[in-house]
Design a protein. Structure first.
Ligand SMILES: [Zn+2]
Length: 761
């Protein structure tokens, strides 16, 4: 399915992004520092970890350095995975090691005297237990004390299949050590930790020979030891960028790396840790990584970590950690190097893994990352048409997935769990940054982005901080902008109420065009591009400022206007009404009421390719949209025609009697046969052809009727599996499963366009 075309690739972006999103918000959430009444600050870990995959086992020591913030403290509580057993804790005093008494809290309970707030962990609560250590207060003037832990246990939680079809959460395992791979994250609690701590780390990892461990920071050295047949590899890692959660992975990687020399600063190691089967992809990932690092260093400032690595994972994931990204094997094999994929992960190095979201407020990180990676890379590389299409898709995503009654403000988005969250927190938020850039200009916008990274690196920022930064670089108040686009839900809904010309016929004179624009509901403050096409073909572009619900603009053009279009290039975020969108499968998918007509004619072999789809739709107990009803099955087109919602018809003429009815809403440009079909002026025939066609419902134009059929059973079967990836267009023609033609039945009202007829005025 990869490589079919750009559109399909774009859909994979939606499919895979949530993984990164969730990764940003959990391990990276910053602490509030030790100023919240805690008695100690955890400064550093020196971990020595032996991983024994065959036995799911971990053996570890950890030298922890703490700083006393209050001279009277007597005990400290640490979180640690409940499957790990502490064998010894000692305190270093000069040259001596003194044993310390400790108590282990029963799982699910917290130490006496510890407030619930203090005990709050940033994930994996159910994995953790509390270990409380009694200490002798440090005598030294620097008030630091060092304790040495020894602990061991089995971490065995094999990754489960993702629970959701579209949105995979990263916590399908709370940590795993096994022959298929090792994954230990902040949620695993694989080392003793104090909530809210942001220490530095040194990690010595020992694995069987042939295995390689990867963590944050930089690898210092590596050596092989032991006797033949029982050799092990020990690698030392240093993590100087303080972080709340350390992720450690290990597998039988083939490592490839290069040195990248940024325009300023030290060299950066760019590495790929791939499975032997995929090792030949390393160059592709290294080339793309360096290309993105170069581009985004110019936009965002120096890269904040000593390395960047693409690491292949043994379960499906798209996790972004400081200095590396952990990508599921399936994703790696699909050449995940596009801007929306690897580019997005790399932008998270600055946004999300360096500047964090303020955990108490909304998530702006995904919107800005999506804008810079998924969208802006096209602009940056001169692909204006693709950039325009991205903007259109952002408006379409919102129109299709966000119903006005379930909408919420961009500022309230935290993390994505469905398509609606994606449309608000990623797509609308990205458009908010686009409009901000247009509002304050490129210079102030990019200065603001760099200032944000420079001022908030290694700490967190909230929407309010962004407002302050951009107001400063733009040297103007932006309160109205953030109130309108970040704090308010919804989007402007525009229409052209009137467009009339006068002054026609005066030789050499200008023609006046009077345009009345209206907004339904709350009036937004907008800067709207208008494009007037005049006789002779030239287009006159102008910008108008709208700030009320009903406003008249007067334009002068040198020749008789042929058409007027408002915001022709989708520069303004607005709501496209469902009935104005081109008919498409996604309008069926998101309709509150849906029906289908399964194939009832033809032979069993002719009906077979559709049976999985029929079963899948029939088993849906209401879709992902709130309030959506289960899909109803109808026997005939007459039943479907009187059903209230949108309709999906499976099987073509001869196999489904409703097929011809489906095409009626598309008018005379479409005709269907058993061995050929015509759409948009082209006729297609041959055994490999299949058609996915959506038309307006003849009687209810706010609904769609979608038809899917192949000219032969194999032609239908190849597409059927992936049908719902093709939701965004009015028709798609497939040959042997590959898209060969596509298009939209768009309407002037979707385009916010008025056509001036002959002699109009
Ligand atoms: Zn992301």
């Amino acid at each position: 399915m990869h490589g079919v075309d750009g559109r399909v690739a774009w859909l994979f972006a939606i499919l895979w992004l949530p993984l990164a999103a969730a990764a940003d918000t959990s391990p990276g959430s910053p602490s509030t520092g030790p100023s919240d009444g805690r008695a100690v600050e955890l400064l550093s870990h020196e971990l020595a970890v032996t991983l024994i995959p065959a036995r799911h086992q971990l053996l570890a020591t950890d030298r922890i350095t703490l700083k006393a913030l209050s001279p009277q403290f007597q005990q400290v509580s640490f979180s640690l995975n409940r499957a790990l057993r502490v064998t010894r804790i000692q305190q270093r005093r000069g040259a001596d090691l003194l044993p310390l008494a400790f108590t282990v809290q029963a799982p699910g309970t917290r130490p006496e005297g510890m407030a619930e707030r203090e005990a709050s962990l940033s994930g994996g609560e159910e994995q953790a237990q509390w270990v409380t250590v009694r200490v002798a207060a440090p005598a030294g003037s620097d008030r630091t004390l060092t304790m040495e832990w020894s602990y061991e246990g089995v971490i065995h939680d094999p990754p489960r299949e993702p629970r959701h079809l579209r949105f995979v959460t990263p916590s399908e395992t709370a940590g795993h050590i096994g022959s298929e791979g090792v994954y230990l994250s902040g949620e695993t609690h694989w080392y003793p930790d104090v909530p809210g701590a942001r220490p530095s780390y040194r990690v010595r990892v020992t694995t069987p020979e042939g295995w390689e461990a990867v963590t944050q920071g930089q690898q210092r050295h590596k050596q092989v030891s032991g006797t033949s047949g029982d050799r092990s590899v020990t690698a030392d890692w240093e993590v100087t960028v303080r972080t709340e959660a350390l992720t450690l992975v290990a597998n039988r990687f083939v490592k490839a790396s290069r040195e990248w020399h940024p325009p300023s600063g030290d060299k950066i190691e760019v590495a790929a840790y791939l499975f032997p089967d995929d090792a030949q992809l390393a160059d592709e990932y290294l080339d793309a990584s360096i290309q993105y690092l170069e581009a985004y260093t110019k936009l965002l400032g120096p890269y904040p970590f000593p390395k960047f690595a693409v690491v292949e994972n043994f379960f499906a994931s798209g996790l972004g950690m400081p200095s590396f990204t952990l990508l599921g094997s399936g994703v790696v094999k699909r050449h995940y190097v596009q801007p929306f994929a690897l580019g997005h992960e790399i932008v998270h190095s600055w946004l999300g893994n360096w500047v964090f979201n303020d955990p108490g407020t909304g998530n702006w990180v995904e919107g800005l990352t999506t804008y810079l990676a998924n969208y802006y890379y096209d602009e940056l590389t001169g692909k204006a048409e693709q950039a325009r299409e991205q903007r259109r898709m952002m408006l379409l995503g919102y129109a299709v997935y966000v119903r006005p009654d379930t909408d919420y403000p961009v500022g309230r988005f935290r993390r994505k769990s469905d398509q609606k969250d994606n449309a608000i927190g990623y797509q609308k938020a990205a458009m908010v940054f686009h409009m901000l850039r247009r509002e304050i200009g490129d210079e102030a916008f990019w200065a603001g982005v760099r200032k944000l990274v420079a001022d908030y690196g290694s700490s967190s920022a909230a929407w309010g901080d962004l407002e302050r930064v951009f107001a400063e670089t733009a040297r103007r108040d932006l309160r109205w902008f953030f109130a309108q686009w970040v704090e308010g839900a919804g989007a402007p809904s525009l229409s052209i109420a009137e467009a009339v010309t006068s002054g026609d016929g005066v030789p050499g004179g200008m023609i006046t065009l009077r345009v009345r624009l209206t907004q339904v509901g709350a009036a937004y403050r907008l800067r709207l591009p208008l494009a007037v096409k005049v006789e002779g073909g030239t287009v006159h572009a102008t910008m108008v400022a709208m700030d009320s619900a009903d406003q008249v603009f007067t334009l002068s053009v040198p020749a008789r206007p042929l058409s007027l279009q408002v915001d022709p290039d989708f520069e303004t975020f607005r709501r496209l009404a469902r009935e104005q969108l081109p008919p498409m499968l996604n309008l069926f998918v998101t309709d509150q009421e849906r029906s289908m007509v399964p194939p009832a004619g033809g032979t069993e072999a002719e009906r077979a390719p559709y049976q999985d789809l029929v079963a899948r739709l029939a088993s849906e107990k209401g879709g992902q949209e709130a309030g959506q009803k289960p899909v109803r099955a109808h026997a005939t087109d007459q039943d479907a025609a009187v059903a209230r919602g949108s309709v999906l018809i499976l099987g073509g003429p001869g196999v489904n009697r409703a097929a011809d009815w489906a095409a009626r809403g598309c008018g005379s440009g479409v005709s269907l046969g058993r061995d050929r079909f015509t759409v948009d002026g082209h006729t297609y025939e041959g055994p490999g052809m299949a058609l996915l066609l959506s038309c307006r419902h003849v009687d209810r134009p706010d609904r769609v009727v979608t038809l899917f059929y192949g000219l032969t059973p194999p032609a239908a079967a190849t597409v059927a599996r992936l049908l719902f990836f093709y939701g965004w267009q009015s028709y798609l023609v497939f040959r042997d499963g590959t898209v060969v033609a596509r298009g939209d039945f768009s309407s002037p009202s979707e385009r916010l366009e008025v056509l001036f007829g002959e002699g109009s005025g």
